[in-house]
Design a protein around this ligand. Structure first.
Ligand code: SF4
Length: 208
């Protein structure tokens, strides 16, 4: 919590996730794999402009046409396939609202069963689309907390997720803000080659 408080005081509230609906958050979670967010924004805006931003429309589209629209997000052939698989799953399950009424463990298991949805993507969806208290672990989390000496950084995804979840109160609002602040801090200071001068976490870090 001390790390969280320091980052919150430094950067302020991040107001995540930048998506208007649960569907948009989930599409964004798939498109953001291995790419920067501005590229995702371009791809989503292409889909909206083409009037195909719904599970039914994305499923109805020929693969090539979808891949062309989401080209800015990179890996567009793979992602077009993943999006269509995900939309198929949504339809099979009865839609976003039905998923929203499911218990978290069951929903997580179902999401992880969709081709192309790994733990980080599933947890992005659970936290940001469905407001479930699930802590998202990404490369930034591993990097920052290993430099702070709090984890080794090579633990499995589940070990880290459970570590954060047991150290913090199960609060989706807190987890939402915490992950967003980790991303912000990684970009502002704790990049691959860290810029430690002036870092708000320097006092508790093992690096400088
Ligand atoms: S002091 Fe440097 S390594 Fe440590 S958290 Fe800050 S930027 Fe990262």
């Amino acid at each position: 919590m001390a790390v969280f408080q320091t980052m919150l005081k430094t950067y302020g509230s991040q107001g995540w996730w930048p998506g208007e609906t649960a569907f948009e958050v989930m599409v964004g979670a798939i498109l953001t794999q291995n790419t920067a967010w501005p590229n995702v924004e371009k791809a989503i805006s292409n889909l909206k402009r083409a009037g195909v931003f719904s599970a039914v429309s994305l499923l109805d589209m020929p693969h090539e046409a979808l891949a062309k629209l989401i080209r800015p997000s990179g890996y567009f052939n793979i992602k077009a396939d993943r999006l269509q698989q995900f939309c198929h799953f949504l339809q099979e399950q009865g839609g976003v609202e039905i998923l929203g009424n499911m218990e978290t463990t069951r929903l997580r298991k179902l999401l992880l069963g969709v081709k192309g949805v790994g733990p980080e993507t599933a947890d992005d969806m659970l936290l940001y689309a469905f407001q479930r208290p699930v802590f998202v672990i990404d490369a930034y989390t591993r990097r920052i907390f290993s430099r702070l000496g709090m984890v080794s950084g090579d633990e499995s995804y589940e070990v880290l997720r459970m570590g954060f979840e047991s150290a913090l109160e199960a609060d989706a609002v807190l987890f939402n803000e915490y992950h967003a602040l980790i991303v912000r801090h990684a970009k502002a200071f704790c990049s691959k080659k860290p810029k430690c001068a002036g870092c708000p976490l320097a006092a508790r870090c093992t690096i400088p």
